[in-house]
Design a protein around this ligand. Sequence first.
Ligand SMILES: NC(=O)c1ccc[n+]([C@@H]2O[C@H](COP(=O)([O-])OP(=O)(O)OC[C@H]3O[C@@H](n4cnc5c(N)ncnc54)[C@H](OP(=O)(O)O)[C@@H]3O)[C@@H](O)[C@H]2O)c1
Length: 269
Amino acid sequence: MKPDLVLIGAGRMGSALAAGWIASGRPADSFFAVDPRPGPAAARLREAGVRIEKTLSAEDAAGVKTVLLAVKPQIMDEAAAAVARLLPADAMLVSILAGKTLDRLKEAFGDRPYVRSMPNTPAAVGKGYTVYVASGGAPRERVEEARSLLAAGGDTAELENEGQMDAVTAVSGSGPAYFFLLAEALAAAGRAEGLPEDLAADLARATLIGSGALLESSTETPGRLREGVTSPGGTTAAALDVLTKEPGLPALMRRAVAAAAGRSRELRG
Ligand SMILES: NC(=O)c1ccc[n+]([C@@H]2O[C@H](COP(=O)([O-])OP(=O)(O)OC[C@H]3O[C@@H](n4cnc5c(N)ncnc54)[C@H](OP(=O)(O)O)[C@@H]3O)[C@@H](O)[C@H]2O)c1
């Protein structure tokens, strides 16, 4: 049977999602990928049995029902020029391109059903969170199909209002970097308190991972879990006093997320 799903752009994010499809039972020959310069991520997909093409042939394109578009945003028009005219008019396009609006996708790839999404890098280990929004008139069963493709990377949520995508980008899209920075800063502070470099780095890393695992396995809110480890007058309380004193981490986070959302609005198009 001819594959009816194509991944365009087998880089880090696209290949991670495709690896998730295979891990969740989708046969490796039920889709193929197009990438003019296949790199290491594409090589791993090929090893898993996925066919990788340098260009989309008219013959392959004719059977396509769904496209997962995963090229860099600045390459979108180039990718569209190579494939849009070959794709059947009812083929749905699912984009993971940061900042590319449903209108811009339609401008580049023509009139068809669209799902615009924003995954994050933990999708590479199935622990991501992908938020998506569908174009008006996209059939619900097609949107559900897009959701299930994106779910290979972890949790999903649908937006009604595309305008909220900038805030989503600022929270979950860019968010992993905030936690990595926190681990770096905690390690540096541990070194400053006299710990050897390796131990400080290990402690910071393990504490971030362990706290995430606790949060995952608990039904409590992060606020409750924080309270649970903060005895009045204790060591944690001393640190939290510093972290929450004006301007404090909550206000800094508010500014950071506003800056990311603002940048996302500037890059929109
Ligand atoms: N990484 C993230 O955290 C993240 C989060 C959310 C969304 N995204 C979105 O995911 C998308 C991909 O990001 P990435 O980090 O996976 O980038 P990437 O690793 O650079 O992957 C893009 C792939 O597309 C290939 N490509 C270039 N031109 C092409 C064409 N005309 N047709 C088909 N493939 C082509 C690239 O090849 P070359 O490298 O040779 O150009 C590369 O293999 C971006 O649009 C980004 O906004 C990423």
